[in-house]
Design a protein around this ligand. Sequence first.
Ligand SMILES: Nc1ncnc2c1ncn2[C@@H]1O[C@H](COP(=O)(O)OP(=O)(O)OP(=O)(O)O)[C@@H](O)[C@H]1O
Length: 251
Amino acid sequence: MSNKPPKGGRRLYLDGVSVVFDGFRALNNLSLIVEPGELRSVIGPNGAGKTTMMDVITGKTRPTAGTINFGEVDLTRLDEAAIANLGIGRKFQKPTVFDALTVFENMELALKAPRGPLACLRWALTGEAKTRIDSTLEETGLLDRAQDLAGILSHGQRQWLEIGMLLMQDPELLLVDEPVAGMTDAETEQTASLLVRIAGKRSVVVVEHDLEFVRALGRRVTVLHEGSVLSEGSIDHVQNDQRVIEVYLGR
Ligand SMILES: Nc1ncnc2c1ncn2[C@@H]1O[C@H](COP(=O)(O)OP(=O)(O)OP(=O)(O)O)[C@@H](O)[C@H]1O
């Protein structure tokens, strides 16, 4: 809210997207717009299509019908690697950090991976890399753990490390799948603040079941049901929507 939308940021636009698996419609004419810099929560009952929605944005699954644009780019024409290179990052529920490396080393790897050896050399020479890693660790609350092995971090800290690793790629859109599952209340609160902090400079879409967390994010919420948008608005709006109560909250 206080953050300005990123300059030149691209809008994510899903229009009439359907995914059919063996006759079953996992997504059914789904339309959704995420503005540059927006932080959007996506909730909905099991099987509503939340994961499939992330899969079609990142190119893991091809839509059967509909269009998906990121700015002017038609994502349905690109493969997963090209979509990632475009600046769309995804955090899966299970963290994939290297336990035997330090927090700092994990961050270094995240920085090096796609940039190639020459780029690494340039980073090393300028010291820019260290500065960027340190500022990202500060942003994720892990600066004082930089020299600890990732394996000794708490569950929450490991999730933040992975978010930090994704931030090293400087994504324009970050998709985050159930970030607070298994976290303590304090970790959940800190994760909400972290996501609020990192949105604005980039768009963030969070799929989550924990409604207190979604409330703490305090932004627009989309409720999916049977592969379509059932309701959209503030958390108060969707929690008071009779259709949402019937299919999701009232269970
Ligand atoms: N590869 C697949 N083949 C067949 N059916 C699938 C496939 N992937 C997902 N589905 C079905 O599509 C529906 C939507 O699944 P999806 O995982 O997107 O829902 P979700 O909202 O993420 O659910 P959850 O909250 O349980 O993670 C489900 O009924 C699921 O069984």
